[in-house]
Design a protein around this ligand. Structure first.
Ligand code: AMP
Ligand code: MG
Length: 525
């Protein structure tokens, strides 16, 4: 028998809970959580689990493979020390205050003291209704659970701050979903992901007590967050509250810059989907940029407004930080300068981080005196003028530095990033830019080979392209998890050349251009 696991009760003991334990939808006032038991499922099967995360948590292979573990990860059993609850929070959805939302289909099983010394919440998504389920069923479908599982772990391997995913369990039950909200509801296989993070606190966790005028709860929650997750910011008090907002602004700004650098589009950046810790959280209708397009959104629910389109993410990060700032105002004597300072800080941090990322992606230390900003701008103007695969394009740049002279024409490796026929004038313009870039990089003090190696560690070869995720979903729906397994393995080393996984480094095939799941996703999951 594996040694017992150790669970702590930071959240439950520090914050007030709801008196009721039933799942009747209701406003939960004056409390941050409601106790709830996961609803058992008939035939759980462990489809996949993340060994790197399991090891970090102290869950060895023997533990992961024992039948009880699958039962726990399916919501059918608890490990001793687990005391499950759903968290209460609100949020601004698509720009409008939506009031109380809460964990409608997420249940925290417990806070595990992990092998690496950290404390991590284990949370099931799709384990049945809670007091916050409103009209929802508390369940999740295989396609969205698989996407969350794969993307969480792929993002972590890319170095992007994110919640993690330990496991993917098929429930054996069907879940009825109307995927495109067009009246075609149908049963789909259900699944449960076990998500892992030091905290799932969201901006909306603070907005809810603030909007209700419950300053006492707001203060208790903020003090808890400071003591538990930001001890370096000092003892709770006015200064520490301001410092917290400042720090969250900076983390959010850096996260947005990182998303822009790798071509990740979250899809639903409502304030309930922004983590206090600056993690990517709540993978829903997210997508990856194939051909670079700042107006692209994978989320069909947002197709009209495009509020959460790729190019809007940094602005939305700022907007959401403003909402968090407003929520914290009662704690800083309603001093709006605290919020203004944090927003100005966001903008500075974002500009610096984005500049650093695009400099690294291009192998230069951006220097306005040398016209580097224009060089970057010219590149983007050129990239958006003809559909060009963002990931392939940047990845192909580094190796060009190893030649003795700039390319004499637009190289094949770059042409391979184009979608469709390329007008020769466009290719010529690209070649001209490439020569300027090549010459500029060779003015850097570091040797070209060193720069090329650094670029290969910045510009990934493998990202979770939308069509790849869909291929894994199609196979898993037919009972074959081999594509999921191969993709997971490839995405663990996104910066390495892995010839055995070359098929995953291909641009979007024509069949995937408008296929649901590949370019268009809804919130229905
Ligand atoms: P999301 O769009 O996933 O961030 O969810 C927004 C809100 O809707 C959160 O409060 C979720 O818990 C809730 N929700 C989404 N899907 C379901 C579902 N199937 N059952 C219950 N609640 C849900
Ligand atoms: Mg959410």
């Amino acid at each position: 028998m594996p040694a017992p696991l150790s669970f702590v009760r930071r959240f439950l003991d520090a914050l007030p809970g709801d008196d009721r334990t039933d799942c009747e939808p209701r406003p939960v006032v004056g409390a941050s959580w409601s106790r709830v038991q996961p609803t058992p499922v008939p035939a759980p099967r462990l489809l996949a689990w993340s060994r790197p995360l399991a090891q970090q948590l102290g869950l060895d292979d023997a533990r992961m493979q024992e039948p009880l573990t699958t039962q726990v990860l399916a919501g059918n059993a608890l490990w001793p020390g687990m005391d499950p609850y759903a968290a209460n929070y609100g949020g601004h959805q698509f720009g409008h205050w939506a009031g109380q939302l809460g964990d409608g289909r997420a249940i925290v099983l417990g806070e595990l003291r992990a092998a690496d010394g950290s404390v991590q919440e284990l949370q099931l998504k799709g384990a049945g209704p809670t007091a916050y389920s409103r009209r929802g069923d508390g369940r999740a479908v295989l396609r969205s659970s698989l996407r969350e599982y794969l993307c969480s772990e792929a993002m972590h391997a890319l170095g992007v701050p994110t919640t993690r995913a330990l496991s993917l369990v098929a429930t054996g039950d069907d879940v009825v979903r109307d995927m495109f909200y067009d009246g075609n509801a149908r049963p789909e296989p259900g699944a449960i992901v076990c998500r892992v993070a030091p905290s799932f606190l969201r901006f909306g966790s603070f907005e809810l007590p603030s909007a209700r005028g419950d300053t006492a709860l707001l203060r208790t929650l903020t003090d808890f967050a400071l003591r538990t997750h930001f001890p370096e910011l000092g003892t709770p008090g006015r200064e520490a509250y301001a410092a917290l907002l400042h720090e969250v602004a900076a983390r959010t700004a850096r996260l947005c810059a990182h998303w822009q650098a790798i071509g990740f589009v979250h899809g639903v950046l409502n304030t309930d989907n922004l983590s206090l810790l600056g993690l990517t959280i709540d993978y829903g209708p997210y997508g990856w940029i194939d051909d670079l397009d700042f107006g692209w959104t994978p989320n069909t629910t947002d197709a009209g407004q495009r509020r959460y389109a790729f190019g809007n993410q940094p602005g939305i990060g700022l907007w959401n930080t403003a909402r968090l700032g407003e929520a914290l105002l009662p704690l800083v004597d309603d001093d709006e300068r605290v919020v203004e300072d944090a927003l100005a800080h966001f903008q500075r941090v974002y500009a610096k981080a984005a500049t650093a990322w695009f400099g690294r992606k291009l192998g230069i230390t951006i220097d306005p005196q040398r016209g580097d900003e224009q060089l970057v701008q010219q590149l983007f103007d050129w990239l958006v003028a003809h559909p060009t695969d963002m990931t392939l394009f940047f990845r192909a740049l580094g190796p060009l530095l190893l030649a003795d002279a700039p390319p004499t024409a637009l190289p094949e490796s770059l042409r391979a990033a184009f979608y469709g026929e390329v007008p020769e004038a466009h290719a010529a313009a690209g070649h001209a830019w490439l020569q300027r870039w090549w010459t500029r990089v060779h003015q850097e003090p570091r040797p070209a080979a060193t720069i090329a190696a650094a670029m290969a560690a910045t510009n990934p070869r493998y990202v979770l392209r939308n069509w790849l995720a869909q291929t894994a979903i199609d196979a898993a729906t037919n009972g074959d998890v081999s594509v999921l397994d191969r993709l997971f393995t490839a995405l663990q080393r996104p910066f390495d050349e892995q010839p055995q996984f070359a098929e995953f480094a291909q641009k979007r095939p024509e069949w995937a251009r408008s296929k649901p799941g590949c370019s268009a996703l809804s919130c229905s999951s």
